[in-house]
Design a protein. Structure first.
Length: 467
């Protein structure tokens, strides 16, 4: 979730008078050639053995990669299986659609100074550079004046404070119920920024306690070659069985647990399950015996929201934005979006849709999504925009069969569900992922830390120390 702290409010206010550097390349460095992360050489997966495994990791997203790397320092026999045809989960970079890096899922590297994934980036040789500070706001067909930006930014901070103050009294209500009533015609823009854009859900569907406990994410960075490329590099030395969906996990009795896949069975002493909460509650993976109801209930209260990129190739920067600059509009209702312009200094622009409106739009299919994006930009910049657009593409994460959404935000009254998913099942099964983190939910860094924590739990249970 992207937060606006008082510190960043002051930074953004000070930047209002700054002249946009329209032709600047973010770090001044020469761009690396695009690379399809799926074609990077990988170690061959170990043959699936029916017995003798200590740990089976289900899912090779950030949490699964982190857990596997952690366990690699031990003598434990680990096997990693992934349902998709590539690693990365919700953090993958596509270099084929536009011929340049396009992050289909996670794109923002939050708080890079303390982000565990960003700290490891120095091992990859990839280019991590800071995101521009602040954002722009469009009011009709012009940019907001300084006084209007002050009103908007102050309203964002006041709304965050109202939510946090409510949660401080340990009253967990919907964020939408405590939004200040005097925001006037800035209300829709503020609700979009903090809700669908920041949390993938409308404020009415988000726990105030969950919102308030999330760590500040007001300093960001990007990876020039793509966030998914970075994650793929960090998992490059991990043997993974791809295109191998799991259908059942049996953990009854004192025997090894048994994992059924489309290509046979795997026996192991323990399991780390990193699938999304929506995949967990979908019934795609059956459990014998059934999981205790509290785990499925917790996952259900941490349902994934909706967040998609509508990517448009638009040369010559008709929006007047700096590379990677964020723009929202002074909206009149929930039918709105955000624009991330000129990503990594390229001609690729991302129209970001989320929340209830984003979910409804995504369900209508890619053509409808692209049509909305073009109409939205036309209303803000004029009809010439239509003729400037070249290639276009939209993600639809709700329709991805092994994910089924964007990222988690706890339903009102259900923030404790995150802690529930941190508890192992029978000291044999651990859950991990962005949803299994109390302060960094919704982030790749949170998923990574969760995977490491699950690996540590496995090592304790098996009486093994890190090498």
């Amino acid at each position: 979730m992207k937060r606006l702290s008082r510190r960043s409010f002051l930074t953004a206010s000070a930047a209002l008078a700054a002249e946009p550097a329209l032709s600047q390349t973010p770090s001044g460095k020469k761009k690396a050639a695009p690379k399809d992360t799926r074609s990077e050489p990988r170690p061959p997966p170990r043959p699936i053995t029916s017995a003798g495994n200590d740990v089976v990791i289900i899912g090779a997203g950030a949490a699964g990669i982190a857990a596997a790397r952690r366990l690699a320092a031990t003598r434990l026999r680990v096997i990693v299986v992934e349902a998709a045809d590539q690693i990365g989960g919700r953090c993958i970079t596509d270099t084929t659609t536009f011929g340049l890096p396009f992050d289909r899922g996670a794109h923002w590297i939050h708080m890079p100074e303390i982000n565990p994934v960003a700290r490891l980036a120095t091992q990859t040789g990839l280019d991590i550079y800071p995101a521009p500070t602040g954002q722009r706001v469009r009011v009709g067909r012009r940019f907001a004046r300084d006084s209007e930006m002050e009103q908007y930014l102050a309203g964002v901070v006041r709304t965050q404070t109202a939510i946090t103050d409510t949660a401080r009294g340990r009253v967990d209500v919907a964020c939408g119920t405590v939004v200040p009533k005097d925001l006037g015609d800035w209300r829709s823009a503020i609700e979009f920024f903090l809700g669908p854009f920041g949390c993938s859900k409308d404020l009415a569907d988000i726990s105030a306690l969950d919102f308030s406990r999330s760590a500040e994410r007001d300093i960001d960075a990007f990876c020039r070659q793509g966030f998914g490329t970075l994650l793929a590099r960090l998992g490059a030395n991990i043997p993974v069985q791809l295109s191998l969906p799991v259908t059942r996990v049996t953990y009854s009795g004192r025997q090894n647990l048994e994992v059924e896949t489309s290509s046979g069975r795997i026996e192991a002493r323990t399991a780390v399950i990193t699938v999304s909460t929506n995949a967990l509650t979908s019934g795609q993976i059956k459990f014998t015996p059934d999981l205790p109801g509290r785990y499925l209930s917790a996952a259900d209260q941490l349902k994934l929201g909706s967040y998609d990129h509508i990517a448009l190739e638009i040369p010559n920067n008709p929006f007047g934005l700096r590379p990677d600059e964020l723009m929202i509009e002074k909206a009149a209702g929930p039918r709105t979006a955000a624009l991330l312009g000129n990503t990594t200094g390229s001609t690729l622009c991302l129209v970001e849709v989320g929340g209830r409106f984003g979910r409804e739009l995504s369900a209508k299919g890619e053509p409808e999504m692209v049509a909305f994006a073009i109409d939205w930009l036309t209303n803000l910049y004029g009809s010439d925009i239509k003729n400037a657009i070249r290639r276009r593409h939209a993600t639809r994460w709700n329709a991805e069969p092994y994910v089924r959404g964007a990222f988690s935000a706890a339903a009102p009254g259900n923030q404790p569900s995150r802690k529930m998913l941190m508890e192992p099942v029978a000291n044999r099964i651990w859950f991990a992922g962005e949803a299994v983190h109390e302060t960094l939910w919704g982030t790749v860094g949170g998923a990574w830390e969760s995977g490491e924590r699950a690996a540590d739990g496995v090592m304790r249970a098996l009486g093994v120390r890190r090498g």
